[in-house]
Structure formats: C-alpha cells, structure tokens
Design a protein around this ligand. Structure first.
Ligand SMILES: [Zn+2]
Length: 433
C-alpha cells in the first residue's frame, strides 16, 4: 500500500516511558505522521479519530509504550549461530549464503522489538549491503550502523591462522601490521560505505596488540572521512590508549583499572561492556567445549567487567547496552538483545529506568542517530514498541520479544506474525532431522 506512508497513526492511551529518563506517564495520544512522531500528550484538535481512511488508531490501554530497543553490539554476518544441516566451519563458506542469512537475522532481530543495531564488524561488506537493502525497502530489518572487518595486528583477536595463511576473506578480521597498512584499510573500508571502523586488540586483554600511535593514526584518518571508530579492548593499557587516541567508543574494557577509567571519563568516551556474552558463555560455555582454562579467564573478565560497570556509573561514563549476539554458535538472534539492561540492574546498581535509557536514548549514539531515535518525542523517527507488561517493574519484560504487543519502525507496523511461522518452520525442520 503506497498510500500508507501518508497516513496518520495515533497510539491512544497506555503508559509512556519515553526513553529520556523522565517519569512514566499516562499518555493520551502519540501522533505519528509518515515516519516521524508529531506529538505526544494530548490529542491535537485537528486529528479526527473517526476518519479511518487517513487515521490508523492503536489502542494501548493497559499497555506500556517505549522507544524501540537498540543493541549497540550485534554481529549479523559471522555465520553464527549454527544452523542444523549447514556447515559453518569458521564463518559461512560463501558471501552469497552469508548475505542472505544476515538478511534473515536482521528480520528476526526487528521482530523481537529491536529497531536499531550497531554492527561492529562482519565478513566481506555484507553488513553494508544488508543496511542498504533495509534502507531501500528491499528487506525488513532494524536501522543499522556498521563497520567492516576488524583491523587487527598479528596475535590480535580473529588472527587465528598461521602467518602464511593470514586472514582469508571470510574471516571477520583483516591484518594490518603498520600504520600505513592500517590507513590503507581505513580508506578501503570507507570507500565501501562503512559507518565506522572497528579495531581489535587481543581476545581476552592479556596482551596489548596495537599501539597508541596506531590507534591515533586510524582514528584521525577515519574522522577525516567522517567515519567513527570503535575498538574491541578488554585490557587495561589498550583501554587507556584507546581513550587517549580519540576512539569514539570502547567495547568491553573488562580489565580497565580505576585510573584507566579516569582517562576514559576525561576523554568522554562511551563504553559498551557487553557482559551479556561473558555471562552467557559462563552459563553454557562448557557445552560449547570451551576449556576450563578459558572458562577461568572468562570468569576473571566477568568479575572485572562488573567492577567497571559500577565505577563507570560513579564516574558518569556513558554505558551503552550491547550483547555480542551472533558472535558465536551460542548467541542466537532475537533472544539476548535485552539481557544487558537486566545486567545493569542486577550487577551494576542501575535502576530499571536508567537501564532503559541506556538501551534506547544512549544507544542511539552507536547507530549514529542521537536525537533522532531512542526518545519518543515530537520530531523524532517513530521507532516504538508497545509491551503487555511493565518493564519498570521487571526489566526482563523486554527480553526475547515475549511481551510485545506491537513493533513500529519508521511509522510502520512490523508484522510479528512471521515470528510464529518461523517457529512452526523450525519445528518442522527439527522433526525432519
Ligand atoms: Zn563483538
């Protein structure tokens, strides 16, 4: 229906949690025109609810309305989690299959109430293509901001092959071992349309594998080309160096000390602790045949990350909610995107309202749409979810799309029925195996 975008949508009644941190209120009407919110509060006099040809009315009585969730750390194209009957090896084996699969992942994510994802790295330029296909209206999915392959040095995360193999095309990292190689890779990725550059230090943060000078060179080149920069940094020195080098936000920071965090606060750098992945690995890591030694390391980093959460809150560092969904076979799409706000509440001393602000208003930064999404107010894009239960009473209400009454992205209602069909299909598949 081409005329649909000209329609006015009115969400009547319901408790409004607008994402700004303001107290929840009983709301009369949210008026949406095209893809943007016109107003909240009282119904404007010129909107006639009886005019059903041009006004679509949703009654949210007894329900809760908030901005669509944003996951500031989610991978679409690594080739995970595993699918029955599909060999994934290290990543899927072709860009064609991987791209189709990433498109499907994006659809699953949106139907769980997540209207925006920041994708810090993937294979080939698949995430750029999925982003553009969604923007063009070819496929359904959340708003996406993405990087390309991580820029890594020898010994960094994703450099798991011997040096005579290097980092093949299907690997989510790409080797660059000098400032000049790094700058060339930044230029290549910017030419292919990434929103930001992803750099990576070592896997668990024990060794610093990229220098501050290299980080500074990458950040300067990316910023010159209007791309931002983030880093996988779990270590102490790498986290401090990243903050001082002008990296825009830091993923993890597990082992950052108090003085490292002072440097992060001083630079105004945001962090995305991504404790969801650590916690989930600890829960089911042994099934995934991780060694006891690796489990001990994860436990150490988990304890570090929880400490960072508390100190970051005290220092006023903005903590964004990311999950690392799609980074491994045990991180399924649609399920874990709202685990991080629960962790902020359970482990970090955040109130449910603070956690909601983190995964809506503050996370808008990670998709480059600050002041455009994440808060329900006049002028912003209409990315909204309606819930059948109160997330302020129990933050877990946000998880897995289980309490969704509606998902609206850019003023259009997302068809959640596909979700049921998907589950039905899954059952059939399992029965056939
Ligand atoms: Zn990741």
């Amino acid at each position: 229906m081409g005329g649909n975008s000209k329609k006015t949508m009115v969400i009547r009644n319901g408790t409004l949690i607008d994402g700004s941190g303001s107290q929840a209120t009983q709301n009369e009407a949210i008026v949406i025109e095209g893809d943007r919110i016109r107003s909240t509060g009282r119904l404007p006099g010129d909107v006639n609810l009886e005019d059903r040809d041009t006004v679509q009315v949703i009654d949210a009585s007894g329900q809760w309305i908030m901005p669509g969730l944003i996951d500031s750390h989610c991978h679409l194209s690594f080739g995970f989690p595993q699918m029955s009957g599909v060999e994934s090896a290290r990543g899927t084996t072709s860009p064609e299959f991987s791209a189709l699969r990433a498109a499907k992942n994006a659809q699953t994510i949106l139907r769980s109430g997540v209207t925006g994802v920041s994708v810090p790295g993937g294979t080939w330029f698949i995430d750029v293509a999925v982003r553009d296909a969604i923007t063009a209206g070819l496929i359904e999915g959340p708003r996406i901001a993405c990087a390309g392959r991580f820029i890594v040095t020898y010994g960094g995360i994703t450099d798991s092959e011997p040096s005579w193999v290097g980092t093949p095309e299907h690997v989510n990292g790409v080797l660059a071992n000098s400032v000049s190689e790094m700058i060339t890779e930044v230029r290549r990725q910017c030419k292919h349309g990434v929103d930001f550059i992803k750099i990576a230090d070592s896997t668990w943060g024990d060794t610093q594998t990229i220098s501050k000078d290299e980080l500074t060179a990458i950040a300067d080149e990316a910023h010159r080309r209007n791309a931002r920069v983030t880093i996988h940094s779990r270590g102490s020195d790498s986290t401090r160096a990243a903050a001082e080098a002008g990296i825009d936000w830091i993923m993890h920071a597990d082992l950052a000390t108090e003085s490292d965090l002072d440097a992060v606060a001083e630079a105004g750098t945001r962090i995305v602790p991504t404790i969801t992945a650590l916690e989930h690995f600890l829960e089911i890591g042994t099934e995934f045949s991780r060694s006891q030694r690796e489990m001990d390391v994860i436990k150490r980093n988990m304890n570090g990350a929880v400490g960072v959460l508390e100190r970051a809150r005290a220092l006023g560092i903005k903590v964004l909610c990311g999950t690392d969904t799609g980074n491994s076979p045990v991180m399924p799409y649609g399920e874990l995107h709202a685990r991080e706000p629960e962790i902020l509440v359970r482990c970090g001393g955040y109130t449910p309202m603070e956690a909601i602000v983190s995964c809506t208003r503050d996370n808008a930064f990670a998709i480059g749409l600050e002041n455009e999404v994440g808060v329900i107010e006049g002028g912003n894009l209409a990315d909204i979810i309606i819930l059948k239960a109160d997330p302020l009473a129990d933050i877990r209400v946000l998880q897995g799309g289980r309490n969704l009454a509606a998902v609206i992205k850019g003023g259009k209602i997302v068809d959640l029925n596909g979700r049921e069909a998907e589950e039905g299909t899954l059952e059939l598949q399992e029965a056939a195996v």
